[in-house]
Design a protein around this ligand. Structure first.
Ligand code: DGJ
Length: 774
């Protein structure tokens, strides 16, 4: 059993394959945290310590005993107002004006299989994993407020989820002003907080900050999870690396405001907590009603960050993402945004589709600009009626022509927005979030629709389903291009405006749930000016999200590196675009753009008709490589072999199939230098005693990169077969003959793989490894 209750010791024990979590019902029925970490098969309540400390209050029942204080105990769910001054999870405003909640254990329930949350995304139980649920109910006996602490255990992925239901069993309404989802307590201080900050076009940069006595907070108050901070964070032992050391990851399954806080308390204990951001959060819970927090999924690894990422990759891929596209191969797409921006019609799109089809590309996505009066970003949002005048055809005629070229057809929407210059706004000015008497804040000339309203949600649903039923549309890119500013809904009482931020997200999830249920054949891709809403909440409705508007291959190394810590590669929308790159002006080789985009859901975003025949041939080859390695990339284990922030000059990553028989190695050099260093790269995840055949891309003698599936450089540790051609790796590789190189798995992982020397900036190398002798 993954979850057990030891009646005698009043102890809850949660086990995953490699971890243990222990909770104790302590003095006066308080709920105390004992341990979360590497698997331990015994009772750990000896860890609980008490001491008489000045200025740390004691529960009333303690009488004259001053040794037990809620200000120093490790707790499961901390509350404000009863003498604990550290980060609180729950802050309750009672009808009498007091702000206090005192939670004590009341009962518990252990269930087979993992719980599901209504109206909110949650990890689901699947056939391939063993799951269980523990619900601990606590009560504040003064107000009769009941709090159910939910724990979901996913044994195979070492994941424990948490969510909280807060039920008003009293006679008077209460207001929640803070209701977090999870709390982690540690008896010591030795952590770094790893978090992923950023901005538009540079999302999820890696930052590692020591945790100390000053409170750290990673948060969004923008109404979306945001470009600026991501709701996935890691607490890592200060010595933890990719391959060693303890670390805890927490992923919040929510797409709106969030806050993750961590602090070291006065006696050196560490408290971490995460949930909906309390800024302008005031949620009334009337007698008999309940409030449910979003879910947080936590995992622990004693083998460093790489293992932690693998846990989250598997969890999100298999037990968060849903629908048919989570498992089948998704189409290689071409999107017209960077090819045409707003300047397109059916003829142009069909030309792109025809050229793309010849290269193996499988779907054309028509981006922004096909509806209403939309010819730039000043107008049209909200009017989801096809602009046949601009297109020159109906949508049906367009999709028929694209289908005739052999491609599927996808379309862009930004359903949550409205331009003031739109029929929708003229008809329903009160449908957007705005504060009466206050001028609105514009962002990209657009306002945010009020998704807390049922009529607005129905309008969005009806508009989208009308398009989906009018033509063969097999994909939707769901965009969201601004933050929310004026948080005020015309239909809510003034006393309930503090619910708008959260109700907005519930409204969004309701629409997504209806659409994905009613149109299961349509593939959805999330987007928010690139990766502004890249979170596990959105991934539960759509298996992929456009990772960033920055398509520059070199910037993408950092963006995709940061994203990979908490999210699977199968979720990362990534396209090859034109050079000079539209965001950076940088010119990188087409081969490098391909190698980088292949670390994601691969596609193109350029006008194929403007390419040379040689470039088209190269694209044809890239598409073949991607399709051939689709399973490896999308379901294999992903290894970050280097860190793009370090100065070694190149970034490398590797995919390995679960049976270890296949691997794909990608290496991108940042810049080339005279008299370059040699580089030997240690691979990971292979089978020690096995022999791997390596084929891949090499650089030829005139500095251009060519692809030859049977050409590799020489390596002294390698086993050479009959066809081999020896190479000299001190010079740019001169090789126009074929060679097949075979290596011992142990050699590749312990002695390393010798990298070729790049000739020119931003060169890349890609190798396919196949086990040929076990
Ligand atoms: C922002 C997205 O990130 C882009 O890919 C593109 O769809 C534009 N919006 C269109 O307005």
């Amino acid at each position: 059993m993954a979850v057990t209750f030891n009646e005698e010791d009043k102890l809850f024990i949660l086990h995953t394959n490699h971890t243990t979590y222990q909770i104790k019902i302590g003095p006066f029925q308080t709920l105390l945290h004992l341990y979360y970490g590497k698997k331990v098969d015994c009772n750990l309540d000896y860890l609980m310590q008490t001491m008489d400390r000045s200025h740390c209050g004691n529960p009333n029942e303690a009488g004259t005993d001053r040794t037990f204080s809620m200000d120093t105990q490790l707790q499961e769910y901390s509350t404000f107002g009863m003498g604990d001054y550290r980060i609180s999870c729950l802050e309750v405003l009672n009808k009498d004006g007091s702000c206090a909640a005192d939670l004590r254990y009341k009962s518990h329930n252990i269930k087979i299989s993992k719980y599901q949350l209504e109206h909110l995304p949650s990890v689901y139980a699947g056939d391939s994993v063993t799951t269980q649920t523990l619900i601990i109910t606590c009560i504040d006996s003064v107000t009769n407020l009941e709090v159910d602490l939910y724990y979901g255990v996913v044994e195979e992925y070492d994941v424990i989820t948490r969510a909280v239901k807060i039920r008003n069993m009293g006679m008077k309404p209460i207001e929640l002003i803070k209701a977090f989802s999870t709390c982690l307590e540690f008896p010591s201080t030795h952590f770094d907080l790893i978090h992923f900050y950023g901005k538009h076009a540079m999302e999820r940069e890696f930052e590692r900050t020591p945790v100390g006595h000053a409170k750290l907070s990673v948060e969004s108050m923008r109404g979306l999870s945001s470009h600026q901070h991501n709701p996935f964070v890691i607490l890592a032992d200060q010595a933890a690396t990719e391959t060693s050391g303890e670390c805890y990851g927490v992923s919040f399954l929510y797409s709106g405001n969030f806050q993750a806080q961590v602090e070291v308390d006065q006696i050196g204990q560490t408290r971490f907590a995460m949930g909906i951001h309390p800024a302008f959060f005031r949620y009334e819970v009337k007698p008999g009603e309940e409030f449910v927090t979003p879910e947080a999924a936590m995992s622990y690894s004693s083998e460093g960050l790489q293992k932690l990422s693998h846990n989250f990759h598997k969890l999100i891929r298999n037990n968060v993402c849903s629908g048919k596209f989570k498992d089948i191969r998704r189409p290689v797409l071409i999107n017209n945004w960077e090819a045409t921006y707003f300047d397109f019609n059916t003829e142009k799109l069909v030309q792109i589709a025809k050229a793309a089809g010849q290269l193996g590309i499988e779907m054309l996505v028509m981006d922004d600009g096909w509806f209403g009066t939309r010819k730039d970003d000043y107008s049209g949002l909200g009017d989801w009626v096809v602009n046949t005048k601009k297109l020159g055809t109906t949508l049906k005629e367009l999709t028929d022509q694209v289908n005739a070229a052999g491609l599927k057809f996808g379309i862009w929407f930004e359903p949550e927005m409205v331009n003031e210059d739109s029929d929708l706004y003229r008809k329903h000015p009160d449908w957007c979030l705005q504060i009466p008497g206050r001028p609105v804040t514009r962002c990209r000339y657009q306002l945010v629709l009020d998704l807390t309203r049922g009529d607005v949600r129905n309008y969005i649903y009806d508009s989208i389903s009308a398009i989906l039923t009018s033509a063969r549309v097999e994909y939707i890119k769901w965009d969201f291009n601004r933050s929310i500013a004026e948080v005020w809904s015309a239909l809510k009482e003034k006393t309930h405006q503090g619910q708008v931020f959260h109700d907005y997200i519930l409204g969004l999830y309701e629409i997504l749930d209806r659409l994905t249920t009613d149109f299961p054949e349509v593939l959805f891709e999330g987007c928010s000016s690139g990766g502004g809403r890249f979170d596990t909440g959105m991934l539960s409705f759509m298996p992929q999200i456009w990772c960033s508007d920055n398509t520059d291959a070199i910037d993408r190394l950092k963006i995709q590196y940061g994203t990979s810590f908490g999210y699977p590669i199968s979720a990362v929308g990534s396209h090859v675009s034109a050079v000079p790159n539209h965001q950076t002006g940088r010119t990188t080789p087409l081969s490098t753009r391909g190698v980088v985009a292949m670390a994601g859901t691969f596609g193109y975003e350029l006008d194929i008709n403007r390419l040379t025949e040689a470039e088209k041939e190269e694209i044809k080859e890239q598409v073949k490589i991607y399709k051939r390695n689709y399973d490896l990339i999308n379901t294999g284990d992903y290894y970050r072999l280097t860190n793009p922030y370090e100065t070694i000059g190149y970034t490398a990553w590797q995919f390995v199939s679960s049976d270890k028989t296949r691997s794909l190695l990608s290496v991108v050099y940042h810049q080339s230098h005279g008299n370059p260093d040699f580089h030997t790269l240690l691979l990971r995840g292979l089978k020690e005693g096995s022999i791997y055949r390596v084929t891949g891309t090499v650089q030829n003698n005139n500095g251009t990169v060519q692809n030859d599936n049977e050409t590799v450089q020489n390596n002294k540790g390698a086993v050479q077969n009959d066809n081999e051609t020896a190479q000299n790796n001190k010079e740019p590789i001169q090789n126009d003959k074929t060679a097949i190189q075979e290596y011992n798995g142990a050699a590749l992982m312990n002695a390393g793989f010798v990298l070729p020397t790049p000739w020119g900036d931003y060169q890349s190398f890609q190798y396919e490894l196949t086990m040929c002798l076990e």
